[in-house]
Design a protein around this ligand. Sequence first.
Ligand code: FAD
Length: 393
Amino acid sequence: MKFIQFTSEENEIISTVERFIEERVRPNVMVFERDNIYPQQIVDEMKELGLFGIAVPEEFGGLGLRVPVFAAVMEVIARGWTTLAAYLNSHSTVAHAIKAYGTEEQKEKYLPGLATGEHRGALCLTEPGCGSDLQAIRALASDEGADYRLTASKTYVTNGERATLLLTLVKHPKQSAEEKTKFSLLLVEKSFAQVQVTTTFHKMGMGLVDTVQIEMDRVAVPKANLLGGIEGKGFHYLFESLEIGRIAIGISAVGLAANALSEALRYSSERVTFGVTIDKHQAIQLKLADMATKLVTARLLTMEAAWMKERGGRCDMISAMAKLHASDAALEIAHDAVKVHGGAGYIQEYAVERLYREALLYTIGEGTNDINRIVISRRMTGDEERAYLGLVR
Ligand SMILES: Cc1cc2nc3c(=O)[nH]c(=O)nc-3n(C[C@H](O)[C@H](O)[C@H](O)COP(=O)(O)OP(=O)(O)OC[C@H]3O[C@@H](n4cnc5c(N)ncnc54)[C@H](O)[C@@H]3O)c2cc1C
């Protein structure tokens, strides 16, 4: 897809990624998936193309893409193979958080490595006892002079096995009964002593994206690795960074949906029942029309969120809407694509079987869709949001 609002250089980047996906990725996806092969060669080529640096500014070696261009590139990647988008999603959220809030020292230390993929970023928020309710985390960073002493159990960490840099949500011990709990984000290097992957989870889909539990047992984290250098800013930094994460998930869902609709269109133009290809049956046409309409609305809403993010200011309502709507749409489109395939839709030789399983994850990750609904309902009564929604008093 070409975007008229983009510069020719930005469109060239998108076209380059499209060529890479069409030539190097799409022809091989089914084999990687069937044989459960980690696509090391493809990942190396992604590094060469600079894709690990899509959220890193140029001055630190990244592509420095504007948010809508970042989203367009992510859609192309996810349309080819959602697994590759998953290698970049939380990695890019980590890069964004450091870019937006890191100290100069943190930016210089970590952004160049994140840009090349030498450093792989992962988000450590969820714990065995809590995911939606992050205020309930138990990860504790105590003050020990030059270091924090961190004890934490973080779970469902995407790319946690291969990640080298873990953006970790922690709380600090209260100094008095009256003090409010302070939360911070720490940049924990996987190589720090006593950081250990203890469990690798087997999932419904995206088997080539590792999802793990990580234990941090009295880990010495230098105070220089407190994101932004100020204690207690963790939620502020996190919620703004999750807006990028939600846009990334929303647009990945759009990519998946475009792939599912492409498969459904192709199959319906080949499969013959009652003497005609099934795309001649009105019931199939109606389904395809609904799928296409949902795809476009999901893309428009997510790109709207990306433009709002690019313009600056608060965009938690719209990014939550994009993630909610695009992931629900992707799940419905993937389900309809399975239906268009009849029995073949349940067979692993057809991509839609996998897409349907994968789509479910987008309704859970980056906050479940119900949690995103709560974010929207809380924000929509604000003056700016009411005006945006075109509500009357
Ligand atoms: C494959 C995968 C990858 C993931 N990757 C990461 C990662 O990289 N980093 C990371 O930190 N986390 C990751 N997660 C965790 C994910 O973000 C959480 O699973 C998700 O936020 C939900 O948290 P939970 O599982 O604890 O569910 P819970 O919080 O226990 O929620 C259970 C159910 O209750 C609902 N619920 C909870 N509270 C409310 C409420 N107040 N009102 C209404 N309904 C409510 C939820 O919507 C959900 O339906 C990943 C999860 C999966 C499955």
